[in-house]
Design a protein around this ligand. Structure first.
Ligand code: ES4
Ligand code: ZN
Length: 326
């Protein structure tokens, strides 16, 4: 009774969401119509019916198809603005938003179109919603490091519009060490660095993200529970894990949320946070993720408070802002 209300009302930061994963089926169809893009699905319902994923790759195939409707700066703005309004309703006061420029530049959409549209929505969110929003550019790990290096070079003219870089897409077979040079370059430009690791991949990928990429946060990281030494390091160094329960459930990482390790991570002293990943595809926004994972476990109000505190501790917001939110 009280716990759902606390989870909904508590101010929080969302640190792991892919803006292309916030495209609801209705918006995919509206943008397809606006832009004259043909979709391989007959209707909103037919598209939604395809959201039955068996693993990460089965999701990514549909996610990249959905993103193909994005063409203009207005499209990128409208997508991000819709997410930021929804986040504000969940009492998100800080959002650090992933975007995948290579998904768009590969289709001929200019980098400027992508970044300017997203950045305009982030500015509007601060002014009109009181949500502090920032962008993190993700490299697609199924592509080469040379392509990531070219993408970073293309984005550097817009350096003031993003705060960091990340690493996403198909994990297994694409270890973090494949991207050592591009992450070193990003760090040299003063960018924050994060990486998806230990979603489907082994604990070794988490070690690599830390020791080779110097990642400041690990996205997902739930496979760390398989490695006691890694758990100790993550706890001792307070390296945040941005955990996404409904994503883990829908991609069959933990098909039953009662098996989800969130409580174990918190109780082991790790800085775990709860996030939505791809809310339009996985059945809900950050508030829905919190409600679902609490309903499936015996976490209490202390865990809820810890998650909110962790989300601010883990955020890259200015310390002055973090002091207010905490
Ligand atoms: C993603 Cl759930 C997930 N994992 C890896 N890469 C992604 N990109 C968008 N969603
Ligand atoms: Zn993700």
């Amino acid at each position: 009774q009280h716990l759902p209300a606390l989870l909904a009302a508590m101010p929080k930061a969302e640190l792991h969401m892919h803006i292309e994963g916030s495209l609801e089926p209705e918006m995919i169809f509206a943008l397809a119509q606006r832009n004259g893009v043909a979709l391989p699905y007959a209707s909103v319902d037919a598209l939604r019916a395809a959201y039955a994923f068996t693993d990460l790759q089965s999701f990514l195939n549909i996610y990249y198809a959905g993103a193909s409707v994005l063409l203009t700066e207005q499209d990128f703005h409208d997508m991000a603005w819709a997410y930021l309004q929804r986040a504000a309703a969940d009492h998100v006061v800080r959002a650090e938003i992933f975007f995948d420029p290579q998904t768009h530049t590969a289709r001929g959409v200019p980098m400027a179109t992508v970044i300017n549209g997203l950045a305009r929505a982030c500015d509007a969110a601060h002014e009109q919603l009181g949500v502090s929003a920032a962008l993190i550019l993700c490299f697609l790990r199924h592509l080469s490091e040379d392509e990531a290096l070219a993408t970073l070079a293309e984005a550097l003219p817009y350096r003031q519009h993003f705060i960091g870089v990340g690493l996403d897409s198909s994990e297994v077979g694409h270890p973090p060490e494949k991207f050592s040079r591009v992450f070193a370059q990003a760090r040299a430009h003063g960018l924050h660095v994060v990486a998806h690791a230990g979603e489907e991949g082994p604990p070794d990928y988490i070690w690599q993200a830390l020791d080779v990429l110097h990642a400041e946060r690990i996205d997902h990281g739930v496979q760390a529970t398989r490695d006691a030494a890694l758990m100790q390091r993550l706890a001792r160094e307070r390296i945040p894990l941005t955990v996404c329960p409904l994503s883990n459930q829908k991609l069959q990482v933990f098909p039953d949320l009662r098996q989800h390790p969130l409580k174990a991570l918190l109780d082991a002293g790790l800085c775990a946070t709860v996030n939505s990943d791809d809310p339009a595809y996985f059945g809900g926004y950050v508030g829905d993720n919190l409600q679902a994972v609490f309903a499936a476990s015996d976490m209490d109000a202390n865990h809820a408070w810890q998650l909110a505190a962790n989300s601010f501790e883990a955020s890259f917001a200015p310390e002055a802002d973090k002091a207010v939110w905490r």
